[in-house]
Design a protein around this ligand. Structure first.
Ligand SMILES: *Cc1c(COP(=O)(O)O)cnc(C)c1O
Length: 347
């Protein structure tokens, strides 16, 4: 297939990704530090994320589905890939062909896995989030007798909310269950859980968002580096006269004569309409506002008195914690929403 360079790209900083993992690994103390690479590595590309983190020493990787596991292709022998959503009837025929292990979440999943041969697996316990996993009662009912558990997991619901009492409750519940249910390893902490300190690390931590530049809690500020920078090319420059409006719905009216640039990026790329009259772009050292509504494939910015030309590249402001605050979206949505039209450029 012919590969045409896209007019928009995500610059991805490999050194920052690796530095973030190293910092999280340090904060995990004696526990091993893994990596959640579901949703195509939070939008960056699961394969390159895997490659760079494996080279840095990471050995435990988490995806959501068997399709995501298959998409990673052949993995090094000492890498452990875990499928967080467990195993459906549709997956069973593939589990022999893909070197990954399910995280079993329900009674049905445990039975299905045991009936299919019962190889080594992982088990998720629900300690208060009410999302995935066996209840403590189910887990202690004898259901897990004979199940070969590598890692017993649970997941924190509110570790990024410093005032929540649920986090400590979940930790205590998990610690108690870890004494009742034998497994080779125990794992509780996501990115925010790692920030909670050594009591939360157990044997294996599972950061996601912080690897990719998200700041889960204030303690990570100044340590976690940004990883992703969206850029778009200028499609057209145009002169707008005072009194004219820009874009759909006439939401911006020029107060003076101005020059604007139309960028090759829009809400279909995950540059959402919340940035209408609110986003900012950096061009030739200047920071300029988004003008009017973001369209599906285009966004206008002010380039008055900037030497901007068609074809120039512009960086969109996309600092995750700041963008989350400004937009009301989560850092997770801001990352995973970045679409398929970007060329992902590792540097
Ligand atoms: C996504 C996920 C993680 C990573 O969470 P972050 O908040 O991105 O660090 C860890 N564990 C489980 C079970 C997950 O689903």
């Amino acid at each position: 297939m012919v590969k045409v360079p896209a007019p928009l790209r995500l610059l991805i900083d490999r050194d920052a990704l690796v530095a973030n993992w190293r910092w999280l690994a340090g904060r995990s103390g004696k526990a091993a530090c893994g990596a959640a690479i579901k949703a195509n590595g939070y939008g960056l590309g699961a394969k390159p994320v895997f490659k760079h983190l494996y080279a840095a020493g990471c050995r435990d990787f988490f995806v959501a589905t068997w399709a995501e596991a298959a998409a990673l292709g052949t993995l090094p022998d000492d890498a452990q890939l875990s499928v967080l959503h467990g195993v459906r009837a549709e997956d069973i025929g593939f589990t022999n062909q893909i070197r990954a292990r399910p995280v079993l979440n329900s009674i049905d999943q445990v039975r299905r896995w045991q009936e299919a041969g019962g190889g080594v697996c992982h088990v998720m316990l629900d300690t208060g989030m009410n999302r995935l996993g066996l209840t403590p009662e189910q887990a202690c009912s004898g259901l897990l007798d004979g199940v070969k558990i590598n890692t017993l997991l649970s997941h924190l619901a509110s570790a990024d909310e410093p005032t929540s009492a649920l986090t400590a409750h979940q930790r205590a519940e998990f610690a108690q269950l870890s004494r009742l249910i034998p497994a080779e390893r125990y794992s509780l902490a996501n990115s925010a859980g790692i920030m909670m300190g050594g009591d939360y690390a157990f044997d294996l931590t599972r950061p996601g968002i912080a690897l990719y530049g998200g700041i889960p809690l204030a303690q990570a500020d100044g340590h976690i580096r940004p990883v992703v920078q969206p850029q778009a090319q200028i499609l057209q420059i145009r002169a707008v006269s005072a009194g004219e409006t820009i874009g759909y719905g006439e939401t911006y009216r020029a107060q003076r004569d101005m020059l604007i640039a139309i960028l090759n990026i829009g809400y279909a790329d995950g540059y959402l309409r919340c940035w209408s009259n609110m986003g900012e772009a950096m061009i030739h050292g200047e920071t300029r506002p988004v003008l009017g509504r973001v369209s599906m494939d285009m966004t206008a910015i002010d380039v008055t008195a900037v030497d901007a030309r068609e074809g120039d590249w512009v960086s969109l402001r996309y600092d995750l914690p700041e963008a989350a605050k400004a937009s009301g979206l989560s850092q997770y949505e801001l990352l995973t929403g970045l679409g398929q039209r970007f060329d992902r450029v590792w540097q």
